[in-house]
Design a binder for this molecule. Sequence first.
Ligand code: HAM
Length: 429
Amino acid sequence: MSKSLQAIRGMNDILPEQTPVWRYFEGTVSRLLDNYGYKQIRMPIVEFTELFKRSIGEVTDIVEKEMYTFDDRNGDSLTLRPEGTAACVRAVLEHGITGGGQVQKLWYIGPMFRHERPQKGRYRQFHQIGLEVFNLDGPDIDAELIVLTWRLWGELGIRDAVKLELNSLGTSESRARYREALVEYLSAHHDKLDEDSQRRLKTNPLRVLDTKNADTQAVLVDAPKMADYLDDESRAHFEGLKARLDAVGIPYVLNPKLVRGLDYYSKTVFEWVTDKLGAQGTVCAGGRYDGLVEQMGGKPTPGVGFAMGIERLVLLLETLEQIPDEISRQVDVYLCAFGEEAELAGLALAERVRDQLPNLRLQVNAGAGSFKSQFKKADKSGALYALILGDDEMAQQVVGFKPLRGQGEQQSIAWDALAAHLATCVVQG
Ligand code: HAM
């Protein structure tokens, strides 16, 4: 196939054999979010470029080098969203739904776009499920966000494989004081810093903290610590969060170098990381952004949220083999009919069964075929049972009921009794 007719590097098709796991994951998360009282919001995939520059920050990796930006036919500069928070803030402001202190607990799902170097767990189109909460400024809601992810990991059977890293960046005032101290210290060691950190020292000094360069890391050992610069308010907030995590029994690791790659954070920041996926081990990340709404032209409105990477969590479920068997089975019962008369009767019978068992996954053979070929298709579909309608069954107004997976003989069931019989042997999702 010519290259121009292939998918773009880092942008993947999710094939039918993979979608059951995606739907299992997405279904589990959305049910959980319903139960915790979060409401779904859907934003466009494209926004004005300015939105992301203003919110994520001009000197972040995302804005400097990863955005898919283009001029549309009106000459407006637009960008495929690299994340969801900016658009969510724009939407709540535009529709006035956080005005007057209204609390909003929102979630979204969808594709995001970043021009990063593709590798396992890192793609150019990837998918996030994100949460954003507005107008709650206490540590209780920060804790709720973490508690609900902890429950999610439990339900998915991956708790043992993830670890919570936690930090506080403080209020903007305390961060400004820290930034000053850090710049002073790092400037005194300027020559020992790697080139990228020298540049960041001027543009975004806090990002020097998460450098991968060993020489710069050595310089950082004696650098001023963020924790020493937290003001009372930030400190109390952080203590409040930790107390709540302790109360629920959620383990965490304090990571003073956790600064995040987006500029809008204040106070709480956190990441759930795993060592089971190689280099791209962060499966869920977020924090508080109390200044962002105001920075984007709204009234001061506290905000906190996170986003998880669906590809990475699906990979983790697969790696840990935590995919329930029934997830991959998409057919419960497969109906085979032989001859035109049986086909017509089978179609009508299937509709009657569907009326009575709306959750049954019943597939009717299409494309006719010999006994052998229809059985082959029934087996390949993964169905638990085959229903058979041939000349003999038609004459007696019964259907042959044949277990395809376990033990058990074929039996005949009267048409009228079929739905009731299926209800007893198929657990319906
Ligand atoms: P983020 O850390 O940039 O935060 O992304 C959140 C998650 O999305 C990551 O932890 C990772 O699981 C996934 N992710 C990011 N980039 C990629 C990629 N190239 N390929 C695959 N997965 C990826 C945000 O986006 C913030 N908006 C989170 C947030 C919401 N903070 C507050 N509210």
